[in-house]
Design a protein around this ligand. Sequence first.
Ligand code: SF4
Ligand code: ZN
Ligand code: ZN
Length: 298
Amino acid sequence: MNCSVCNATAIINSADAFCKEHFFEYFENTVKDTIDDFSLISKDDKIAVACSGGKDSTILLHLLKKWGYNIEALAIDEGIARYRDAALEDLKTICKTEGVLLRIVSYQENFGTTLDSYLKNNRGARACTVCGVWRRHLLNRESKNYDAIATGHNLDDEAQSILMNLIKSNIQVLARLGPKTEVVSSPGFTPRVKPLYFVTEKETSAYALLKGFSIKFAECPNAFDSFRAEVRDILNEFEAENKGSKRKLMQWFIEVIPKLKAYYSNEQIGVCARCGEPSRRNPCISCGLTSRVVVKVN
Ligand code: SF4
Ligand code: ZN
Ligand code: ZN
């Protein structure tokens, strides 16, 4: 298999066959074009990069820094033993190397519990549901002084989200997806942008490996127990049999998303009376979960 650009031996076959040099060029151009085509961020913006210490957010941090964007790293410590601690240590090293300021905020400090303890005390709670609600809450609350939050979601992540919401018929939630995650514009919401929107999981893994980023490719111990994991496996099996399916799903979504966003553009949003964050419910789902935190009195 030869590189589709220079005919040298290809090292990856993704959107096309590429040698190392042309894979880097393809990857970085795809990310740059996504930022430009969807007006995600500008050099005047102050951007919080949501970092986990994993490959996707590390690539994003590296590229935005390299291209001269004004960024800071924002990490959430969920309190997941033998997983997040190691990733955050890696992240500290990465931020030092890149010369980027890092802020870490934790569930323990903000909700009075780690995710591990919450799950132990609330049998039946789904890890990723709780984790996702609290992460979105903290990311939004901690990014009020930024123009945007950039996340490392890649094409596979988004394809999974689209399918998950289609299967559950969550059309209003579907309308909040896309390269720029906002339907309503509220002073309390910081826009979320996804510059890695059109690069795949396979491509981000290859990019991180070929660039020599020292990242552990560990998976969260709770990941197996999620609807997302089921959908991911279905999509991967389908892609293996029908190459290009994920990209086609994304092409379809990019065509319909402006219509979906326009349809829900008058959506009204209130404020949670407990935490003051913008929310469609009162109290918000995050505060509802926090009210079930078991406080130990010594
Ligand atoms: Fe949280 Fe689930 Fe992701 Fe683990 S896999 S970090 S529990 S959302
Ligand atoms: Zn080449
Ligand atoms: Zn609240």
